[in-house]
Unconditional design. Structure first.
Length: 242
């Protein structure tokens, strides 16, 4: 069974239980729309033709619900709209532009980063709304066509191999193994890391298999160039098992 270090499943199910009679803090119209959308995404129903098929993961569901509640509150605050589907194309483009240029700020007063992620989430929601209404015989125009989904290059923070080795030389042995394993594999921590098993190590600890079911993106097999000797010293029996 996949380990869920952030308890995404429990958080989602608790939220679902709390909101079965409506989402507090937003209009009932918005609540009904969001709950209908989240319910469809949980089941993988009415997914956009350009989107990935199938039910959305619990982390994804939590992300979607949070962003949609953000939209409903901001649209009501800025445009006095208590129905998310009544936003106009011009208002929508101005909204995301203001997020990007810093006019609309986060709760802590800082500017938003990765605005393209918010745009993509709204586009997915709107395409769902279009698809649901098309089944009812009503054609909804796509007001998201001209939204800017370009992604700004993130600031790259990194340590060199020499810096990593220097840090390792000042760490306890178990931490040294962990640090080098993380650096060598580029594995996501903690979500993928905590789900790695002994049976995922191959070729005398010179390769590790990140299984599809524990990966955020896709399964992969990685050659261990820096940490295989440390892993073998930590647990010599692994090399034999591999």
């Amino acid at each position: 069974m996949k380990i869920d270090p952030y308890n995404h499943k429990r958080k989602y199910l608790d939220w679902k239980e709390r909101t079965k009679n409506g989402i507090p803090g937003i209009s009932m119209v918005n609540s009904d729309i969001i709950l209908a959308y989240i319910n469809d995404m949980e089941k993988g129903i009415n997914v956009s033709s350009s989107g990935i098929k199938g039910a959305r993961s619990y982390p994804r569901l939590n992300n979607i619900r949070g962003r949609l509640m953000f939209f409903t509150r901001k649209f009501e605050e800025i445009y006095s709209i208590d129905n998310i589907t009544k936003i106009t194309e011009e208002q929508l483009i101005c909204f995301f532009s203001d997020m990007k240029n810093g006019t609309i700020k986060r709760c802590d007063g800082n500017s938003f980063e990765s605005v393209d992620t918010y745009v993509r989430i709204f586009k997915a929601f709107w395409h769902w709304y279009m698809k649901v209404n098309k089944k009812k015989g009503e054609i909804i125009p796509d007001i998201t066509t001209d939204l800017d989904t370009s992604r700004e290059k993130p600031k790259w923070v990194y340590l060199t191999e020499d810096q990593i080795k220097k840090m390792c030389n000042n760490a306890k042995f178990n931490y040294r193994v962990l640090i080098m394993f993380l650096f060598d594999t580029g594995i996501r921590s903690p979500t993928e890391l905590v789900n790695v098993k002994i049976s995922d190590l191959y070729n005398e600890c010179k390769e590790v298999h990140i299984r599809e079911e524990i990966s955020k993106t896709f399964g992969r097999r990685i050659k261990l160039m820096l940490c295989s000797d440390l892993i073998e010293k930590r647990s010599p029996q692994l090399a034999v098992a591999g």
